[in-house]
Design a protein around this ligand. Structure first.
Ligand SMILES: [Mg+2]
Length: 306
């Protein structure tokens, strides 16, 4: 049920609003002063506020200002009820953030129409901002895995890289490539290949810390930037992932035959490199060595470890 808070210093007005709007099916809460009204907004979380302007101590303009300045209730719809029909007063109400105003005396038909209109607009606005958020999300997420896309990975990793350089904290970069992925697609079909990518992306994300930056930077290629992590620590993390992957049987054929999915990984730590790109090249070189040495292994750029 839609809950409405009416704030008015005249008890008679509150009685009329409460009775009239309850008859229309609204759930009513009332307050006799601005201060009481603000407290009730916190306690009762109304969907909309009907606000009188002329009140002692704290008038309606001040109450509205407090609502719009609050972190939690800034978007709360407010309809002003005012006996002052001068244009300057009405203009001031809208300028200070009222969603609408109704002049006294009013008819309940008009008031209910205004209430419903404001609530509908509010709903549309919320939907719109959700849509915008979704679009923004699509711009930096890889749709298949939900990880960062290539561009977003480089943006975020670059910020971490600059921070690590200036604070002289360690940082590691890893590039991971699923072995023989093309043959997975060829033999089992692209839907299976996509399943493997999704499952691997999930496993990868699950094996990292919250603040590690992880993205899918190519078809079957993933990259991770691990702030505050030395290459040997990163090595431990990725070796656990690699061995887990061998056991998890991400891929089985229609005949029930299980085919292991493996990954090759190259890691490099922050050295005196001036650019993230040169670190990425070093990590890529380590990855190539892992591939050349037979795949399904992790190599840190400083030497062969596995
Ligand atoms: Mg009044």
């Amino acid at each position: 049920m839609t809950k409405i808070l009416a704030i008015d210093d005249t008890p008679y007005n509150l009685d009329i609003l409460k009775n009239g709007l309850e008859d229309e099916g609204f759930d009513m809460v009332t307050a006799q002063s601005g201060r009481e009204g603000l407290a009730l907004i916190d306690q009762e979380r109304p969907d909309l506020v009907l606000l009188d302007i002329g009140m002692p101590e704290m008038d309606g303009h001040q109450v509205l200002q407090q609502i719009r300045l609050s972190d939690e209730h800034a978007e709360l719809p407010v309809i002003i009820l005012t006996a002052n029909t001068e244009d300057s007063n009405l203009a001031r109400c809208l300028e200070s953030g009222a969603n609408d105003y109704v002049t006294k005396p009013f008819s309940f038909t008009a008031l209910v129409a205004r209430i419903n209109n404001v609530l509908r607009t509010q709903k549309d606005t919320i939907q719109l901002s959700r849509d915008v958020e979704k679009l923004r999300d699509m711009a930096y997420r890889d749709e298949m895995t939900g990880l960062l896309n290539r561009r977003a990975f480089f943006d975020r990793a670059n910020a971490e890289f600059e921070m690590a350089k200036s604070s002289k904290e360690p940082l590691s970069i890893a590039i991971l490539d699923i072995d023989h992925f093309k043959s997975i697609n060829d033999e089992y079909g692209h839907p299976k290949g996509d399943e493997v990518l999704k499952a691997f992306g999930k496993m990868l994300k699950g094996s990292l810390r919250l603040h590690d930056v992880v993205g899918r930077i190519g078809g079957e290629e993933f990259a991770v930037c691990l702030p505050n992590s030395k290459p040997m620590n990163a090595y431990g993390t990725f070796e656990r992932l690699r061995t887990k992957l061998c056991k998890e049987h991400l891929l089985s054929g229609d005949d029930g035959e299980i085919r292991p999915v493996t990954v090759s990984i190259g890691i490099v730590g922050l050295t005196d490199q001036k650019e993230l790109d040169s670190l990425m090249i070093l990590a890529d070189m380590a990855l190539y060595r892992a591939k050349n040495q037979g795949r399904n292994r992790t190599i840190v750029e400083t030497g062969v470890i596995n």
